[in-house]
Design a protein around this ligand. Sequence first.
Ligand SMILES: Cc1ncc(COP(=O)(O)O)c(C=O)c1O
Length: 376
Amino acid sequence: MRFETLAVHAGAEPDAESGAIAPPLHLSTTFLHAADGQLDHGWIYQRYDNPTQARLEEALAALDCASRSLFFSTGMAAASALLQALPAGGNVIFPSDLYHGIRVLAQDWLPRWGLQARFVDATDLASMEQAIDVNTRLIWLETPSNPLLTLVDIAAIAVLGTSLGVPSLVDNTFASPVLQSPLALGADIVLHSATKYIGGHSDVMGGVLSFSTSGDLSERCFEVRKLHGASANPFASWLVMRGLRSLPARMRMHCENAMRIARWLSDHTAVSVVHYPGLHSHPQHTLATRQMRDFGGMLSFELQAGRDAAIRVAAATRLFHCATSLGGCESLVEHRASVEGAHPTSPSSLLRLSVGLEHADDLIDDLAAALKFSHG
Ligand SMILES: Cc1ncc(COP(=O)(O)O)c(C=O)c1O
């Protein structure tokens, strides 16, 4: 079956009991079992597993070409579960350019779990190879990266990891399963913040780990979710499932709008650089055409006039709301350096856009009016 058909039908069979076409929502925290503990219906307790979540996980595994998918309360819960499930006493390689929250997790929390973080320029294969040693437990990739839209060659690093016996993970949040299939490119694990494109409506949080093989690591992640309580509530599973079914259609429009805006911004005199993998000027455009099916709804750009100009422009937009997060129907703008705490890594002249599903002409009009404020 083709991707769009899977997105609508995987895990979404009509309810056998009632005939309901829309997937049912089961909020029960507990399930009938026999007096001797036999699970008559297959479920015992919501935190372990539950029927609403099982449907979502079936759909996610189908779309990620995975042996097994696990759903978590947030993307960060999924990330933490995986890091906590790794054998202690080694190191994890992270790309130097990655989502701020994961960076803090790696720097401040990984050591508490008996692991050290090594930050490496993941665009440079030789540096990656040099950083990996016998104690490396995982290679963590994020492509495209947040917020610089840097790409990493998934297939090349997966081959390197496999040759050295180190599993690789790709944070696929910006691309979503529609635009990029890391497991098909050779990675071992995919992470999504389902809070973003998969949920798609800025009204639900969730995280996903999809595994190429349902071996020990996926089982340990299942145990961490169960025992540390990183489970999502069934309503979140239900909302994410609803989002998933229209994901391919939404992604098409996100991509179309973002491409138009990226091109328009590239020609604007107040803008020094646009970071968008769909542009020929992006240093990794060729890689993007090879490993992505389209270029996504996220982009960032920098103002010639620097930080204050960026903040003035963000404050002057009307359709683009100033807010964090991404992947919803509505367009958002954010000065990332202002929200990255005491040690921001994003350039101070950078604004990140999550391009929504409004008409591209209205979004361009909004940016045109706001960019007039870049000169003070
Ligand atoms: C690339 C990326 N990965 C992971 C996360 C964490 O996801 P969540 O906010 O659902 O915990 C985010 C959140 O912004 C993100 O942008």
